[in-house]
Write a protein that binds this ligand. Structure first.
Ligand code: ZN
Length: 87
């Protein structure tokens, strides 16, 4: 473990003013197609190891949709309000 890690961690906690919420498969897709995520963009994301998430600003509550790689989601799991993707 790098000695700087705990320091960088504290630093990044100060900096983060947002959190992520996973878009569930049964939720409506973020693209406004009217279809559920699982029958719209989800299969594409599954193939490319990506998932759609909501990035929510802690201060303003403003939501933006992000498509993140599973790798990035695992790495940033502490920024997630909902459990991290397990499949
Ligand atoms: Zn879609």
């Amino acid at each position: 473990m790098n000695l700087l890690d705990p320091i960088l961690k504290i630093f990044s906690f100060d900096k983060e003013d947002f959190y992520y919420v996973k878009i569930e498969r049964n939720e409506k897709c973020y693209c406004n197609s009217g279809k559920k995520y699982k029958s719209c963009h989800y299969p594409k994301h599954l193939k490319s190891s990506k998932r759609a998430v909501r990035k929510i600003n802690l201060l303003t509550g403003e939501e933006t949709i992000k498509v993140l790689s599973i790798k990035k989601i695992r790495k940033d799991h502490d920024l997630f309000k909902t459990s991290v993707i397990s499949e």
